[in-house]
Write a protein that binds this ligand. Structure first.
Ligand code: PLP
Length: 363
């Protein structure tokens, strides 16, 4: 928040050049990539749209696992670009298997890309076999694009090691900066293809960003206060250490999952695909989702989200990302337990908090 209030400088001047160059270097380190990084003054969706528009031409086929709202949107974006999305669907609460993806490629040898949402925020499901998915894409000569908007820097994602050609994230989730920026890592192979492709967007023309990167500038006016805040957020990540941060996310989510089960709640995601950054819980029958969320907000100052579309009142989702810590986890659990009791769902609060504390030991 302090970084946001730094004075605005000329974004075509030497001071900006120095600032931007070191910011991009730090972002590359975070992506663990030898490729390039571009930062767009747009929210995460702009980053996803940029990846699609720059790689997919009318008639191109792309495989996309669909298991929630954001992967549905991704498939729609591929079609808006004139591509054909080959959907590999899974029931909400689960993710498609690697065998299904392999089989889809077997039946679609001409697929140009595999687009995967790593963490399906709408259902609290993570697609855990990212490395194997990258190997399948590579074996088929297809690009591998990952939307890691809601778990980048909270979950393992060594971009080059996993064979990711383009990885997209947003500033406001696990990076814990304010909303409004999209970051994309662009591997060498993706860069070549993007530079050879006919342009289909001006604002989101990645090749233009890459050209301007050489002179340490962005092609269009950057949202400077957000760039400052992102820079500070990345400094904070390195101070903590990326590996430590990933462990912290995992330990906090383990505590939440365990405590929710003890409270007598049903978890929405299957065990092997549970997200470590978004915890989706089934709303208990006889407790209205809307009333529950309002009680939490008004009486305890804790916000949780409902589900999307038809899941709106069937789920509540707890964010477990960014600066999440022991205090957040325990106060959220205590508030959820109390709100449920107030609405007639009795639950063993002490046992749940005790189990969570056990999981959080040392944090
Ligand atoms: N993709 C995923 C997985 C998301 O979680 C989100 C936002 O929550 C988006 C895309 C869209 O990002 P934004 O709302 O920043 O445009």
């Amino acid at each position: 928040m302090e970084a946001l209030s730094r004075p605005i400088i000329n974004h075509r001047g030497a001071e900006f050049h120095r600032f931007y160059e070191q910011l991009i270097e730090k972002a590359k380190k975070l992506f663990t990539t030898e490729g390039d990084v571009v930062i767009l003054s747009s929210s995460g969706t702009g980053g996803v749209e940029a990846a699609v528009q720059n790689l997919i031409r009318p008639g191109d086929k792309a495989v996309v696992p669909v298991f929630g709202e954001f992967s549905e949107r991704l498939a729609d974006l591929l079609e808006f670009a004139g591509g054909s999305a080959v959907r590999v669907a899974a029931a909400y609460g689960d993710a498609p298997s690697i065998a299904e993806i392999e089989d889809t490629f077997r039946r679609n040898k001409d697929a140009k890309a595999l687009f995967v949402v790593y963490n399906e925020t709408s259902t609290g499901v993570a697609f855990r076999q990212l490395k194997q998915a990258g190997e399948i894409a590579s074996a088929n000569g297809a690009f591998f694009v990952v939307d890691a908007i809601s778990n980048f820097a909270g979950d393992e994602l060594p971009v080059d090691h996993y064979g990711v050609d383009i990885c997209i994230t947003g500033s406001q989730k696990c990076l814990a900066a304010p909303p409004g920026l999209a970051l994309l890592s662009i591997g060498r192979r993706a860069r070549k293809s993007i530079e050879e492709n006919r342009r289909s967007s001006l604002y989101f023309d990645i090749s233009r960003y890459l050209r301007y990167l050489e002179r340490k500038e962005t092609p269009f006016t950057p949202c400077l206060p957000l760039f400052y805040a992102l820079d500070e957020a990345i400094n904070m990540i390195f101070e903590e250490g990326l590996a430590n941060r990933i462990v912290r996310h995992k330990r906090c989510s383990d505590a939440l999952y365990e405590a929710f089960e003890i409270l007598g709640l049903q978890l929405f995601a299957k065990r092997q695909v549970r997200s470590t950054t978004v915890i989706a819980v089934e709303q208990p029958e006889n407790v209205s989702g809307k009333q529950f969320r309002e009680t939490l907000d008004e009486k305890f100052g804790i916000s949780v989200a409902g589900g999307f579309a038809e899941l709106s009142d069937k789920l509540f989702r707890v964010g477990c990302m960014g600066q999440v810590n022991r205090e957040h986890v325990l106060s959220t659990l205590a508030a959820i337990s109390s709100a449920l009791s107030m609405l007639g769902f009795e639950n063993p609060k002490e046992a749940a908090l005790g189990a969570a504390e056990e999981k959080l030991k040392g944090l």
